[in-house]
Design a protein around this ligand. Structure first.
Ligand SMILES: Nc1ncnc2c1ncn2[C@@H]1O[C@H](COP(=O)(O)OP(=O)(O)OP(=O)(O)O)[C@@H](O)[C@H]1O
Ligand SMILES: [Mg+2]
Length: 248
């Protein structure tokens, strides 16, 4: 089967204050797949996402997103490209002074000229996709941890992004809530025909949702491929990573 490349990172190196974090890494993300980036704490996972999202200059290296080299885009092109990307950050990040509905509607308020009724309707529709349609008028402080994650997810998909980036979306959730968040992400990916790039440590999540994995260690990508190839790998760190969960 021919897979369509939608993101290519080539020869990216990153150092902070002279300390190398990523050394000459390359990997590819394919359309309509869930790709999980794995690696220990501090291995550079969030750093990779920030480079893809244009928050840091790519130097040296090249990142091609939906076929565009992100370093060559002018401000306007960059803005248009990133409107096709939904982002779900490590800490959720809803604004506490706005209702859940207003939080979800915010990207539409900021980036479209749609009339208020339509914006409200889209926000409600996205909230119902994450099973939260009754929380439109509630404040984030009135939601449980799992509900907050789902609300943040509704906000990340409110612009119908082509790609969704998630940084540790399940952190802090109990196993049942985590499993339902995973199912939600998988269902949304199918419904909205998105590609998902996710950073997570949770082996149970990876086994449930990953189509492909990218494994970071010692500043390098030590494995890139399908989840079944990863499970069949004879690399010690990959075997250890997947065995780690069996005792729990
Ligand atoms: N802006 C920055 N300035 C200096 N150092 C940074 C900066 N951002 C990240 N780092 C360093 O780069 C390394 C990788 O950080 P990063 O946040 O990418 O790790 P991570 O793999 O996401 O870890 P975790 O799983 O704990 O979230 C760490 O040593 C971190 O201290
Ligand atoms: Mg991180």
């Amino acid at each position: 089967m021919d897979l369509e490349k939608i993101l290519e990172v080539t020869g990216l190196s990153v150092s902070f204050n002279g300390k190398p974090v990523l050394s000459d890494i390359s990997f590819t993300v394919y359309n309509e797949k869930i790709t999980v980036i794995l690696g220990g704490s501090g291995s550079g996972k969030t750093t990779i996402l920030k480079h893809i999202l244009g928050l840091y200059p790519v130097e040296p290296g090249k990142i091609s997103l939906l076929g565009r080299d992100i370093a060559t885009l002018d401000e306007d092109e960059q803005k248009r490209l990133y409107l096709k990307m939904g982002v779900f950050y490590q800490k959720g990040g809803l604004l506490s002074s706005l209702t859940v509905g207003e939080n979800v509607a915010l990207p539409l308020e900021q980036h479209t000229n749609l009339p208020d009724e339509i914006i409200k309707e889209i926000a409600l529709q996205k909230l119902s996709l994450v099973n939260l349609k009754d929380t439109y008028h509630m404040y984030p402080s009135q939601l449980s941890g799992g509900m907050l994650k789902r609300a943040a997810l509704a906000r990340a998909i409110v612009m119908d992004p082509q790609m969704l980036f998630c940084d540790e979306p399940g952190s802090g959730l109990d196993p049942v809530s985590l499993a339902s968040l995973d199912k939600l992400i998988t269902d949304l990916k199918e419904q909205l025909q998105m590609s998902v790039v996710m950073v997570t440590h949770e082996v149970s999540s990876i086994l449930r949702i990953a189509d492909r994995i990218i494994f970071l260690e010692d500043q390098k990508v030590i494995f890139e491929g399908t989840i079944s190839d990863a499970l069949a790998s004879d690399k010690e760190s990959i075997i250890n990573f997947f065995n780690k969960s069996k005792g729990h």
